[in-house]
Ligand binder design. Structure first.
Ligand code: ADP
Ligand code: ASP
Ligand code: MG
Length: 421
């Protein structure tokens, strides 16, 4: 008997018919003798609908009081899902009980709309499992130290599931979704993308942090920290396929490099349309300037990603960096009011029509010339590179958003990532 956590995403929970299918699949695992904790997301489109309602009522302001209510509203999507799934499990003849995050409780910090899980008390869940029940817990939700409901950021149900698996020392966490695993790149953009049987934890972390939305980055961080065996697989296979076959399907996240079976230099391509570029022009090229600019941005709790500083002319330089598009307006306002005058900047400009495209692979550590293949491929397509950033196992470029798909397809081909014909 194993303790298994299943997570089902929005599309997998997208209709009552699909929820019944999820229940049948879970029942199959229970009848095979396993203990199951199931973490579903809201039905597809529901979180967007709820946040859309909030925006109709409050289109402009985004302060802490507003964000608290956004979490209050958004978390209800998952409450409906757990109730429906629990009913469907009962209809399968199982004993099932559903909980909101605060009922477990899943404790988080108070950063509304992007809270971090701090602890999970699993005693209630363990008691239910011992009594023979399937426990269904809301994804995406938590509760802070003062009892306020929080959410974990978009895509956060992955993190709920992995965190529950970590807290309970589950034997495996299975992330059921609408694709049958992790691909070399998003198969919606490149239909020739290839499914990876395994991907190393480090590569998965980079892919997720660089924009591959198949797993929320914090779920991968949790899996790494607590060594949670993690697999991404399809919820769209027939529910009654052989359990042993299902258990080996999809993509396994591996922790040992030598377990990696596919030895490609580049394992995948990620892209991200969520960033915007800001340039502070004509600041004095002297010590302390980067701190003056980025310190102010950090103090407002805005994360900065790619940074470049240009060479100086006549003692002046330009300083560019990217932030999340959601933070763009706030960052621009702050720079114009607090930083421009203090630094003597000539002008502050912004561009929201950019994207970041990245190649990822642990093989890059031992192979030279990978980045230059990337740059050559983009130049052959006539794509101008605005910013570059590298680490041991990735190279990212910032380019005009309108070339994103072209860039991803060209790079996918250049690095031989397509399926064998
Ligand atoms: P869920 O609702 O199950 O959480 P998501 O939409 O969050 O599903 O994540 C699955 C989607 O991630 C896929 O439909 C796919 O379009 C996208 N995706 C992006 N990059 C990748 C990748 N490298 N491999 C697989 N899927 C990817
Ligand atoms: N329902 C939430 C969202 O849409 C969480 C999730 O699906 O993982 O972002
Ligand atoms: Mg998701």
């Amino acid at each position: 008997m194993a303790l298994i956590v299943h997570k089902y995403g929005g599309t997998s929970m997208g209709s009552t018919e699909r929820i019944r299918n999820v229940a049948k699949r879970v029942a199959k695992w229970v009848r095979a003798g396993h203990q199951l904790v199931v973490v579903p997301s809201a039905m597809s489109g529901e979180t967007n609908r709820l946040l859309g309602l909030a925006k109709e009522v409050q289109p402009q302001k985004v302060d802490e009081a507003v964000m608290r209510e956004l979490d209050m509203i958004a978390c209800t999507g998952e409450q409906v899902s757990v109730g429906l799934l629990s009913l469907a499990l009962q209809a399968e003849g199982l004993q099932a009980v559903s909980y909101n995050g605060w009922q477990v409780p899943i404790k988080t910090d108070s950063a509304y709309t992007k809270a971090r899980i701090e602890s999970i008390d699993d005693s209630r869940v363990r008691a239910d499992l011992a009594a023979g029940k399937v426990v269904v817990i809301t994804g995406f939700q938590g509760v802070d130290g003062q009892g306020h409901i929080t959410t974990l950021g978009r895509g956060g149900s992955d993190t709920s599931a992995v965190a529950v698996a970590a807290a309970m020392k589950a034997d495996e966490c299975l992330i059921y979704t609408d694709v049958d695993g992790v691909y070399t790149t998003d198969p919606r953009i490149v239909p020739e993308a290839r499914r990876l049987q395994t991907i190393s934890f480090e590569e998965m972390l980079e892919m997720a942090s660089l924009g591959s939305k198949v797993l929320q980055i914090r779920s991968v961080e949790f899996a790494g920290k607590y060594r949670v065996p993690l697999r991404v697989l399809s919820s769209f296979t027939p529910w009654d396929i052989d359990l042993a076959e299902e258990a080996k399907s999809g993509t396994l996240i591996t922790f040992e490099e030598d377990e990696k079976m596919e030895q490609a230099v580049v394992s995948g391509i990620a892209f991200n349309r969520d960033e915007a570029k800001i340039t502070v022009m004509g600041v004095p090229d002297k010590p302390g300037i980067a701190y003056q600019i980025l310190g102010a941005v950090a103090a407002a709790n805005i994360d900065v990603d790619v940074i470049i500083q240009n060479v100086s002319h006549d003692g002046k330089t330009d300083f560019s960096f990217t932030v999340h598009r959601n933070d763009y307006q706030r960052a621009m306002d702050l720079l114009k009011t607090q930083v421009a005058g203090a630094t003597g900047a000539r002008e502050i400009t912004g561009d929201t029509k950019i994207c970041k495209v990245s190649i990822v692979g642990i093989g890059m550590r031992s192979h030279a010339g990978v980045a230059s293949t990337m740059f050559r491929t983009l130049s052959e397509e006539g794509i101008n590179i605005q910013m570059i950033t590298t680490s041991e196992i990735k190279t990212s470029v910032v380019i005009d958003e309108k070339y994103m798909e072209l860039a991803v397809r060209a790079l996918h081909k250049a690095f031989d990532l397509e399926q064998a014909a």
